[in-house]
Design a protein around this ligand. Structure first.
Ligand SMILES: Cc1ncc(COP(=O)(O)O)c(C=O)c1O
Length: 367
């Protein structure tokens, strides 16, 4: 996570403690923020509207159970997730976010050293951990449409390949590969290596899951998270959907099965799954926010990659100033990126009001 964010959090915690207040006193029904209205976080693809109303209620109702281990909650959450995807409880493994699941998969495949095939650019936060486990990377550029090049990735599998990582939709581009093609390439890749499918943003893009092939094939894992459309990034709940044998193997790297999820986070996750109106509303708001950004990019003649998710990658070669720094001065946090030999900015979709402020700041800085 970004240093500026940590520093800010520390400072505001100290300030609030000095006033005898805790940050959650500032939470209200529509917006959760530790300090009223002053920071706009558009750099981690979180859901600015979350947790959902039902999840908030569940958190308040269950936090007093935090003196107990979550043993009563975990089976309920697993059953709820299993029913949600029409799979068995034996197909589910919980972790502290889907990052945890990616880490378990890396440990699993690192028993014999080799490489992971991934797209370039794609989600990288876990790459250092994989390197620590002794794995290296073969990075396959996206195709001309800035989508995952499925045939090229699969044709690059060789005797040293330990895993192939498909992020669909892809972070940071927000593009997605056709799910039928992903399905077919996954099946053929799984004949030769372990396949990891990261579905962190499928709910935004309304893409079907590949869970049905994962539960049948021990070489395929689908990872999902409550951190994105469900608005629970801070609660840390993610899970794997896989064949029962694969679930057992992955869980052997945890201190105990399904470790990492708390009483409060399980209660919140269960209620989030029930909050279908919230998910729909967040998806629609992300779409409206994207449209607002596209209009601004067009007005400023900035190239952008049309996205299916809650973030957009847009080109900033034409902006002479340091955009991320300029935004930061206005308390707006975005990510500066270098891809395809040029400069880009990845902006996450905040609330509509936050995006209006982002657009106004962008116009000012780009002028
Ligand atoms: C593609 C992708 N996968 C996984 C994650 C990890 O999310 P978490 O560990 O919060 O579930 C992220 C977070 O940004 C992501 O973008």
């Amino acid at each position: 996570m970004q240093t500026n964010r940590r520093t800010w959090l520390k400072q505001s915690a100290v300030a609030l403690a000095g006033l005898g207040l805790s940050p959650d006193l500032f939470a209200n029904e529509n917006k959760i923020t530790a300090a009223p209205g002053d920071m706009i976080w558009l750099n981690s693809n979180e859901n600015a509207y979350g947790p959902s109303p039902l999840a908030r209620k569940a958190i308040m109702e269950h936090y007093l159970r935090s003196n107990r281990y979550p043993d009563d909650y975990i089976p309920l959450l697993k059953k709820k997730i299993a029913d949600h995807w029409s799979v068995a409880v034996e197909n589910i493994l919980l972790g502290a976010g889907s990052s945890d699941i990616i880490g378990l998969a890396c440990q699993h495949v690192a028993k014999t050293k080799g490489h992971i095939i991934t797209a370039e650019p794609s989600y990288r936060v876990w790459n250092n951990q994989a390197t620590t486990f002794g794995l290296s990377f073969k990075r396959i550029p996206l195709n001309d449409d800035k989508k995952t090049d499925l045939p090229k990735m699969v044709s690059n599998i060789d005797g040293e390949t330990r895993m192939i990582y498909f992020c669909n939709p892809n972070n940071p581009t927000g593009t997605f590969a056709d799910v039928n093609q992903l399905n077919d390439h996954t099946i053929s890749a799984a004949e030769k290596t372990f396949v990891f499918i990261d579905e962190a943003y499928t709910e935004y893009a309304e893409l079907p899951t590949l869970a049905s092939i994962a539960i049948k094939n021990p070489n395929i894992v689908v990872a999902k998270t409550f951190s994105k459309v469900y608005g629970l990034a801070g609660a840390r709940v993610g899970y794997a959907i896989a064949h029962p044998d694969t679930i057992k193997s992955l869980s052997s790297y945890q201190p105990w099965s399904d470790a990492g999820v708390s009483v409060v986070s399980s209660a919140a996750a269960m209620s989030s799954l029930d909050d279908k109106d919230f998910v729909k509303q967040c998806r629609e708001n992300a779409k409206a926010a994207r449209e607002m950004c596209y209009a601004a990019f067009k007005e400023l003649s900035l190239d952008y990659i049309p996205s299916s998710t809650n973030f957009i990658l847009f080109n900033i070669d034409k902006i002479k100033k340091d955009l991320a720094k300029g935004m930061e001065r206005k308390n707006i946090y975005v990510q500066h990126r270098e891809h395809f030999g040029s400069r880009w900015c990845r902006v996450s979709m905040g609330t509509i009001e936050e995006m209006q402020q982002f657009v106004a700041a962008l116009k000012e800085i780009a002028a």
